[in-house]
Design a protein around this ligand. Structure first.
Ligand code: NAP
Length: 340
C-alpha cells in the first residue's frame, strides 16, 4: 500500500460528491485526511463519513493547502476559478466538469482505456463526460481487436446526470403526476416525470447538442482516434439513476459476434448480461450503485456485414464520474499489481 493520501472533495454536497464519499468509504483507499468543500450556501452543514460528522467548508484560496488530491465536482465555472489555486498549493485536480477536457495539455482519462495518459498531467486531469466514459469502456476493447470506423449512438440518460436538484425534481414531479397535480419544471426545461425529451444541453450550430458533441470529441481524445466517426442522439428519460446506450458499431472488417461477446466478457470494468432465452438484457436497475458497465444484446447488424449492434447500461454517477475519478487517483498513488 502506498503513502496515505490527503483528499479534498470540491462539490461534496452534490450528486457526484455524495458518490465520492460512498466510494471512499467502500474502497480500501489509503486516506490520510478528507476535506469537504462546497459553496458558501453549505457553510455550517455537516456530512457523515465513516460514522464521523465532517464540516462542509466554503471553498477558498487557502482550502487546498496540505491536500494531495482535489476531486472537483462543482461545475466548469468553479473548476476554472479554483484550478490555479489547486496547482499552486501542490495538489492535483481530478476534474469532473467539462472545463479542461478538450485542453490538449490536460489528459482526459478512462483508466480501462488510456491510463498512460494520466502520467503526463501538469496538475489537472480531466474526467470525461459520463455517457462517453460508459461507451468507451465497452467499445475500446473491441476497437483494439478490429478498429471501429463509425459509431451510431442513441442514449437514454437519467435525471441524476443533471445533479442532486434534478433528482429531487423527478421525485417531486412523479408524486405530483400521480396525484393529478401540475408538473412544475425548475431544473429541466420540460416535465421529466412520465416524459422524455432530447438532451437539454445547449444546441450547437451543427444541430447537435453539447452532450452529443462531447461524445464525439471526447471519445476521439480518450481512444487516441482523431478520425473516429461518431454520431449520437442523446435523450433524457425519467430514470433516477444510470444511463443506457444503444450502439451501432461499424468495424474495418466483419466482427464475429461470438468473438465480440468473448472480448467483452473479459474486458475490465465490463460485465456481460445476456439471457437470450428470457429476452433479458441490462437494465438501469441492474447497474445502479454498481461499478461495472453491463453490456448485452450483442448481435450482427442485418443491414451492414461489418457492423454490430449492442446495448449497455452503466451507473453514470459512479463509473461515469466518481469511480472513474477515484480510479485515476488510485492509478497514480497506489502501487499497481505488476502484469506480465
Ligand atoms: P450537483 O448535484 O448540482 O452538485 C453541485 C455541487 O457543486 C454542490 O456540492 C454545490 O455546493 C457545489 N457548488 C456549486 N456552486 C459552487 C460554488 N460557486 N463554489 C463551490 N461549490 C459550488 O451536481 P453534480 O451532478 O454532482 O455534478 C457536479 C459536476 O460533475 C458537474 O460539472 C457535472 O457536469 C459533473 N458530472 C456529473 C455527473 C452526474 O451524473 N451527475 C456525471 C459526470 C460529471 P452547494 O450545495 O453548496 O451549492
Amino acid at each position: 500500500m502506498g503513502r496515505e493520501q490527503r483528499v479534498a472533495i470540491l462539490g461534496a454536497t452534490g450528486a457526484v460528491g455524495a458518490e465520492l464519499l460512498t466510494l471512499l468509504e467502500e474502497r480500501s483507499f489509503p486516506l490520510a485526511s478528507l476535506k469537504l468543500l462546497a459553496s458558501p450556501r453549505s457553510a455550517g452543514t455537516y456530512l457523515t463519513f465513516k460514522g464521523e460528522r465532517i464540516p462542509v467548508e466554503p471553498v477558498s484560496e487557502t482550502a487546498f493547502r496540505g491536500v494531495d488530491w482535489v476531486l472537483a465536482s462543482a461545475g466548469a465555472t468553479v473548476s476554472k476559478t479554483w484550478a490555479k489555486a489547486v496547482v499552486e498549493a501542490g495538489a492535483v485536480m481530478v476534474d469532473n466538469s467539462s472545463a479542461f477536457r478538450m485542453d490538449p495539455e490536460v489528459p482526459l482519462v478512462v483508466p480501462e482505456v488510456n491510463p498512460q495518459d494520466a502520467l503526463r498531467h501538469q496538475g489537472i486531469i480531466a474526467n470525461p463526460n459520463c455517457t462517453t466514459i460508459l461507451m468507451c469502456v465497452v467499445i475500446y476493447p473491441l476497437h483494439k481487436r478490429i478498429p471501429i470506423r463509425r459509431v451510431v449512438a442513441a442514449t437514454y440518460q437519467s435525471a441524476s446526470g443533471a445533479g442532486a436538484r434534478a433528482m429531487q425534481e423527478l421525485r417531486d414531479q412523479s408524486r405530483a403526476y400521480l396525484e393529478g397535480k401540475p408538473l412544475e419544471p425548475r431544473v429541466f426545461p420540460y416535465p421529466i416525470a412520465f416524459n422524455l425529451f432530447p438532451h437539454n444541453s445547449p444546441l450547437q450550430e451543427n444541430g447537435y447538442c453539447q452532450e452529443e458533441m462531447k461524445m464525439v470529441n471526447e471519445s476521439r481524445k480518450i481512444m487516441g482516434s482523431p478520425n473516429l466517426r461518431l454520431t449520437a442522439t442523446c435523450v433524457r428519460v425519467p430514470l433516477m439513476r444510470a444511463h443506457a446506450e444503444a450502439l451501432n458499431l461499424e468495424f474495418e472488417q466483419p466482427f464475429p459476434v461470438e468473438q465480440a461477446r468473448q472480448i467483452l466478457a473479459e474486458a475490465p470494468g465490463v460485465v456481460l448480461l445476456e439471457d437470450w432465452q428470457q429476452n433479458r438484457f441490462p437494465m438501469p436497475i441492474d447497474v445502479s450503485g454498481k461499478d461495472d458497465v453491463a453490456v448485452g444484446r450483442i448481435r450482427q447488424d442485418i443491414s451492414e456485414p461489418k457492423a454490430l449492434e449492442l446495448w449497455l447500461c452503466g451507473d453514470q454517477i459512479r463509473k461515469g464520474a466518481a469511480l472513474n475519478a477515484i480510479q485515476i487517483v488510485e492509478l497514480l498513488s497506489v502501487p499497481q499489481p505488476v502484469t506480465a
